[in-house]
Design a protein around this ligand. Structure first.
Ligand code: GLN
Length: 555
């Protein structure tokens, strides 16, 4: 194969490695700091990818309950990954893959598989060097593609955790072997003690000591704080933690995560990283599009309220990508979107009107299993009958098909065989190639698949094209035996997978905006390219609100 000059230049990049570790407490926002750093480096013209190393034993988070781990994010290549990868893609717009999320479970599985094949030639297989070599291989894999100048690797957990020892040991070895081609950013918490009226640096000092005990000197310390760090505090942290004052970066609590790259620019995080990796600093840092997004986010011209019906509504992270996509769709319409959460188990025929009346649109969430299903179906009936904009995602789309079958087609007891295997009307059924599958991990229909849109559909006008590709995560699908009766009675089968003839989208012909999608549009919405379906959904909600206001005025 002949490569043109530009491709050769693009493929020959020599990567530098930036590790992001966390100390003092979990949930300080390592993912957002990593994604913000990537954004700044991209703004300076570098190509960057971000990877997450997770210290747990599961091979991937695909089998984890959202209560344990929040949302499971799906990449184009069908990997079920940590939700931080969603932030990486939303910030950097550069697609991630299986290689961008590696767990302890996967590392051990690879090592044990090699041992069984005899690849270790009779040696005793140990944490050091075999596990650490495998971690190193997984980190360098991304660098070796030749596509990236920086590989940012976020290490899950908090330093000092038993589970993250092999990862930190790998960082130590890579720093030793690679010198200035490798840097460590350590994120800590600088708490404000109300009683003392002071910010405290001691937890940061201790967490850097923990890192030092494992042989790693951080190059940059990012301090999460609710109050500004004064010069004295920065000097103190620099002095106790062996870094220069310029490498002590304040990360003050922000109103929205989308402000963090701009705050990090002010604090010169990118310059600190470029300096510690001996990288010449390009003169221009272009964040024009990002700034425009944040300005629009903070200065909306409209407001709407969207309902989100799901069964994990008490969990902040369970519908992460959906919530962020709603924000993106809002910004594109210069609209602030209030999201009101509804627990589907608490919705019934008696309270549905009281709960949903007055909303400008409702999204019915994806999910698995029986719990909360009937509430979703009741909500959808209300939205259909009252012509309120509806977006149903995956299980949300499946519930819309069940609702239509029962209440419009009169197919009493219609269901998905996931919930009721003996339903007389299995409008949603297990996919043929799923029937023999016994293992649960990584065996759903996962990742990007093509879809051809009907040119008369709402979706066609939202996407503005006929062929799309969207990511999936499901085992059940629309049962093709019901296509004809659905179409004859007002449903538009708006999108079909051309390879397997699977129904991917349903719409209602007699409804202003009723869209159910078997795929997950939320995995592809980014700051740079807000997803057309979310943009269209919010636009429909704005129109619905205006129409309702006009009606009220005329009364
Ligand atoms: N439980 C459904 C299925 O497996 C829907 C999955 C989802 O909503 N992601 O088909």
């Amino acid at each position: 194969m002949q490569l043109c000059q530009k491709q050769i230049v693009q493929m020959n990049k020599i990567a530098k490695y930036i590790f992001v570790t966390g100390g003092v407490s979990s949930s300080l926002g390592k993912g957002i700091i990593s994604a913000s750093l990537a954004k700044l480096l991209q703004g300076r013209g570098f190509s960057v990818t971000i990877q997450k190393l997770d210290p747990y034993i599961n091979i991937d988070p695909g089998t984890l309950n959202p209560y344990e781990h929040g949302e499971c994010y799906v990449t184009q290549d069908g990997a079920e990954t940590d939700l931080d990868l969603g932030h990486y893609e939303r910030f950097s717009s550069s697609p991630t893959s299986q290689a961008n999320n590696v767990t302890t479970g996967r590392i051990y599985q690879n090592v044990i598989n090699k041992e069984r094949k005899g690849e270790y030639l009779g040696t005793t297989v140990q944490v050091v060097p075999h596990i650490t070599d495998e971690i190193k291989r997984s980190v360098k894999l991304l660098g070796q593609t030749g596509q990236f100048e920086f590989v940012i690797t976020e290490i899950g957990g908090t330093v000092g955790d038993i589970e993250s020892f092999p990862f930190i040991e790998t960082v130590r070895q890579m720093k030793w072997e690679m010198g200035s081609s490798c840097a460590v950013v350590h994120l800590t918490l600088v708490p404000f003690l109300k009683a003392a009226g002071e910010l405290k640096t001691k937890p940061t000092q201790h967490s850097v000591k923990t890192l030092l005990e494992q042989g790693v000197q951080p190059d940059i310390i990012v301090c999460r704080t609710e109050k500004h760090l004064n010069e004295g505090i920065k000097n103190k942290i620099a002095q106790f933690c062996n870094v220069s004052k310029d490498a002590v970066i304040e990360s003050i609590d922000a109103e929205t995560i989308y402000e963090v790259p701009l705050l990090m620019r002010e604090e010169k995080l990118d310059i600190a990283v470029l300096n510690s990796t001996d990288t010449p600093i390009p003169a221009i840092l272009d964040l024009t599009n990002w700034e425009r997004f944040v300005t629009r986010l903070k200065n909306p011209k409209e407001e709407v309220t969207i309902g989100l019906v799901g069964k994990y509504v008490e969990l902040k992270d369970a519908y992460k990508s959906i919530n962020e996509s709603i924000i993106h769709g809002g910004v594109e319409n210069e609209c602030k979107v209030h999201v009101k959460l509804f627990h589907s188990e608490q919705l019934n025929d008696k309270n549905i009107e009281k709960k949903l009346a007055g909303l400008d649109g409702v999204l019915v969430a994806p999910g698995f299993g029986r719990r909360g299903i009937e509430g979703k179906i009741i909500a959808i009936r209300y939205l259909r009958e009252n012509k309120i904009p509806f977006l149903g995602i995956c299980l949300g789309m499946q519930c819309a098909c069940i609702e239509f079958s029962r209440n419009v087609l009169g197919l009493e007891g219609a269901h998905s065989t996931e919930i009721d295997p003996s339903t007389p009307y299995p409008v949603i059924d297990l996919m043929e190639d799923q029937k023999m599958i016994k293992n649960m991990g990584g065996t759903m229909r996962l990742g990007a698949y093509n879809c051809k849109l009907d040119s008369d559909s709402i979706c066609y006008s939202e996407y503005g094209k006929e062929f799309i590709s969207e990511r999936h995560r499901h085992r059940y699908e629309f049962n093709n035996e019901y296509r004809e009766i659905f179409e004859k009675n007002g449903v538009r089968l708006a999108g079909v997978n051309p390879e397997k003839d699977l129904v991917e989208i349903i719409e209602l012909k007699e409804h202003p905006w009723f869209v159910g999608v078997q795929f997950h549009p939320e995995y592809q919405s980014t700051v740079k390219n807000p997803h057309p379906l979310f943009v269209g959904f919010i636009k429909a909600a704005i129109e619905h609100k205006h129409a309702r206001e006009l009606l009220e005025m005329s009364r």
